[in-house]
Design a protein around this ligand. Structure first.
Ligand code: ADP
Length: 457
């Protein structure tokens, strides 16, 4: 068995089974065997089953939220927010299932018709991380199922309990075994089983760039397509003409969400000269009001980091910055509560030579950089191997358009800190991966296009 630990206090909150290779292989076979019947259902039948699942989970969202607080450490309000976001994918794709239309094209042959059909790619697999134990699963499985694919999921070892609960509710809603399967156990072995199986046609992975590249290499052997949502190093640029109060509020909530353990978390915060001091003062005042605590409460709190390795990483990044001359405006050391708690920290006086600049921090650290003009801001923002999201604040319309074109990221968010929703294409470029999840773009990744020429009329 795999023990599931509450990161807030180290207690054991549950177990997941450590499936052996035969059990994993049997689950993959169930996923593959279920495909023809699932693909043959009408779009309406698939839509109804997804909708039924959505309703059942929605009615019990408090149960799901409490499990998430226990295994992930995020606070209740955040867990409920994630559920709302994650349910949005089931709802959206229950609807989208019915709108997966093909085309009839003008024919180049006067005696023929030209049709374009969309067909599900086949049985698929997904591997998900622990930072969004609910939403990461719903956004993959709802898309696959809506398109007519079956899917087998390996959730993160840290957060399998939310995943089990989602599976239990899917069964209650009538989604058949095989259509949605789940395996837990050795990540390497399961990764190999998924990538090497010729019957699996696509893998959707969210996690580190390192593991994403390993999986992509392995998928090359059987030419599986992939959707890869990997690491990020998001710039958050604030120009002199921005409303400071709004930008600070957006930054604080984007940064402290899930204690900073989010791939779209603002990782490098660039503030223009003219507002630099005022912005820092307001940021420090806002952050100082936020409490650090375990999450089983209504108030928004910054929870623990997921495990010891995550804490050690944040400690070493901050120590490295301080050792190289960074100024600590707030925090800077593990929280006095001990355990896995690290307080919101503001570091200034940084440049691109610091490790925090080139590393996804994955903790509640505001890394602040100063800049003087637009050209410099864009150059600095794009100075990263990642390209998931870029945030920028300005009231200048021309500059906003320039930024939207020149920032090298899959997503550019102007005058806001809010990115995700079921209806938008989420995803990155460069080492942040490829493919999109969400909206109509998301479902297109689960179908192939079949061109049919029908002559002899
Ligand atoms: P994180 O640092 O966010 O945990 P990982 O990429 O290590 O990122 O983990 C994301 C998911 O990938 C988890 O479900 C994890 O178990 C899985 N994973 C880790 N290593 C491998 C591997 N070699 N093959 C397949 N999956 C893996």
């Amino acid at each position: 068995m795999i023990e599931v630990i509450n990161p807030a206090d180290g207690s054991i909150v549950g177990q997941a089974s450590f499936m052996n290779n035969e059990q994993v292989a049997a689950a993959i076979t169930r996923t593959c065997d279920a495909f023809p019947a699932w693909a043959a259902k009408t779009a309406k039948q698939r839509s109804d089953l997804l909708r039924g699942w959505y309703e059942l989970v929605r009615a019990d969202r408090q149960i799901f939220a409490e499990i998430m607080v226990k295994e992930n450490g995020k606070c209740l309000s955040e867990a409920l927010g994630e559920i709302e976001y994650g349910l949005g994918f089931i709802e959206w794709y229950a609807e989208e299932a019915k709108r997966l239309n093909g085309d009839i094209l003008p024919s180049h042959d006067p005696d023929a018709s030209v049709l374009v059909m969309k067909e599900p790619v086949g049985p698929t697999a997904a591997i998900t991380p622990w930072n969004f134990p609910f939403m990461m699963i719903t956004r993959k499985i709802a898309t696959a199922l809506a398109a007519g694919c079956t899917m087998i999921i390996k959730p993160a070892e840290e957060t399998p309990l939310t995943a089990y609960k989602l599976l239990e509710y899917a069964r209650r809603a009538g989604i058949p075994p095989g259509v949605f399967e789940m395996v837990t156990g050795d990540a390497n072995a399961i990764g190999e089983a998924f990538t090497q199986d010729p019957r699996i046609h696509k893998i959707s992975f969210t996690g580190s760039t390192r593991v994403g590249k390993l999986l992509a290499q392995a998928c090359g052997a059987t030419l599986k397509t992939m959707t890869l949502e990997l690491g990020g190093n998001a710039p958050f640029i604030v120009f002199d003409d921005s409303p400071i109060e709004e930008a600070v509020a957006a930054l604080v909530s984007a940064k402290l969400r899930n204690s900073g353990q989010v791939c779209i978390s603002p990782n490098r915060i660039f503030i223009q000269d003219g507002i630099y001091e005022r912005f820092l003062d307001q940021l420090a005042a806002a952050v100082a009001k936020i409490r650090v605590d375990q999450g089983m409460q209504q108030e928004f709190v910054v929870g623990p980091l997921i495990n010891r390795a995550a804490l050690d990483k944040v400690v070493s990044l901050v120590d490295d910055a301080v050792g190289k001359g960074a100024t600590v405006r707030l925090g800077g050391k593990p929280h006095e509560k001990g355990g896995l708690f690290y307080p919101p920290t503001i570091l200034c006086g940084l440049d691109e030579t610091f490790a925090v600049h080139n590393t996804e921090i994955f903790g509640p650290v505001f890394a602040i950089y100063r800049f003087s003009d637009e050209e410099e801001a864009i150059r600095n923002a794009n100075n990263s191997e990642y390209g998931l999201v870029a945030y920028a604040w300005t009231r200048d319309l021309g500059r906003a358009f320039r930024l939207s074109k020149r920032l090298a990221a899959g997503m550019v968010i102007l005058n806001s800190g809010s990115v995700g929703s079921a209806s938008v294409p989420f995803g990155g470029i460069k080492h942040s991966g490829y493919g999109r999840e969400g909206g109509h773009y998301g479902i297109e990744e689960y179908v192939h296009v079949k061109y049919v020429l029908m002559a002899g009329q």
